[in-house]
Every structure is written in C-alpha cells, then in structure tokens.
Design a protein around this ligand. Sequence first.
Ligand code: PEP
Length: 261
Amino acid sequence: MTATARTPIVAGNWKMNLDHAAGVALAAAVAGRRSEAAGVDLVLCPPAVYIVPVAGAVAEAGGDVAIGGQNASDKEKGAFTGEVAPPMLLDVGCRYVILGHSERRTLFGETDASVNAKAKAALAAGLLPIVCVGETLEEREAGRTEAVVTEQVNGSLAGLDAAALEKTVVAYEPVWAIGTGKVATPEQAQEVHALIRGLLAGLASAETAAKVRIQYGGSVKPDNAAQLAACPDIDGALVGGASLKADDFLAIAKAFASGTA
Ligand code: PEP
C-alpha cells in the first residue's frame, strides 16, 4: 500500500477569515499558479457566503481548483433556519465539504452520530466529504489516542459502503496541533494514519482502504510539509492558517506533489 497510488489532496480551510475582495484575490492567485502543484488535487473552502465569488474567480483564472464547504446540514431542504443543505453547496459549485472539524465538534456540539448523518447526506447529494477526526492533548497524554480516533472513525463513517468510503477523504487533525504552531511529528502522524487505514479496512476491505485519501491537518506550514508528505499513509493536508496566503498554500501543495515523485 503506497501513497503513490493515491492522488494527494491539499485543502485550505479559510474558516471565518477574509472578506469578499481578499477571498477572491486569494482564489485567483491560487488558481492562476495552479501548475506549481501539478498532480495534487487542490481545494479551497471559503466561508459559505463567499463560495460563489470564489468559484467565479477560480473559473476566471482557469485553474483546476475545487471548492468545498466548511460544514453542511444533514437535511436536504426545509425549515432549518441558518443551515446550508448539501445540494445547495453542490448547486453553487462545491465538490467537497469539510465535516466534523474539531471546531464544529467542540464549539457546536457535533458528535460522531451527527457527522455520520452529514456524511451520508453529503454523499447522497453528490459531494465528497472530508471527515475530520483527532484527539485532544489531554486524550493523547492519557494514552487514549488510538481509542479516541477509533471511535471517531468508526462512528463518523458507520454504514458507508465501499463506494462511499472511496469518495470520502479522512482528515486526521490532532486538536492540540490546530492553530497552535505545534505540528505532530511525522512519526506521530504516520502512526495514526496507519491506524485509520486499518480501521477503513475493517469497515470495508484492504482494497478500499488503500484507495482512501487521508490528510493530516494541524499547523502544516511550508517548512514542515515535505516531512509529512514523505510518510506513506499521509496523502495530503488540511490547512488552516497557512491557506490564507497563496505562497504558503502552494508551497505546501508543492511539497505533496514532490512527495509523489
Ligand atoms: C484546521 O483548522 O483544519 C487547521 C489544520 O488549522 P491550522 O493549519 O491553522 O492548524
């Protein structure tokens, strides 16, 4: 099972940052320089209200860069004030949607069960979910990383068949590494990525698990991306802070392009 069989995927999670003009400028810059990261799938995940102009800027720049939502409802439509349905994301040009980010889990009470319902709704609409899992510092220090990640993966992906799993991206994001500047060592990350791939094999088969892309997320920067990209089970990155600068985001993507060479 080698990483070379999987196309790396680097996604930028802009969170609740940038305004209209800055988002459009960033998207145009990334799309315009897309060739710097040939062979890597690139995804930009702007705030929902900027998806349309960001998708427009990417199209105008002619870049093959996908757009993703940062969250979605588990409902298809209806009286759910403030929510965004998966078919709506698809309708405005999204291909991916991030689900179960640790900020959604800790600040908005999302659980493995709700993430699972959202993943099923996203897949039913034709979106490719990026499902996030990861342990807190307290859990790691208590030696519970394997147990926590196992529960999150099995719970968040429960009931997905092989075809659905192959469309899904898993993002391993240790909570203690998100936005803290503390990146997991390549050994720490690879160990959990291998665990996740084993869990995916248990949910479907080793053949299916070998096809699923598993991103690492948590303070990925241009200067640590190459080491992570060299790990056999790390197939890309989910990038927060560093995705807000085209130079940094593209440098990270480039590291994953080289990692496959
Ligand atoms: C994230 O929020 O998914 C993330 C990985 O953030 P950062 O890169 O800033 O740690």
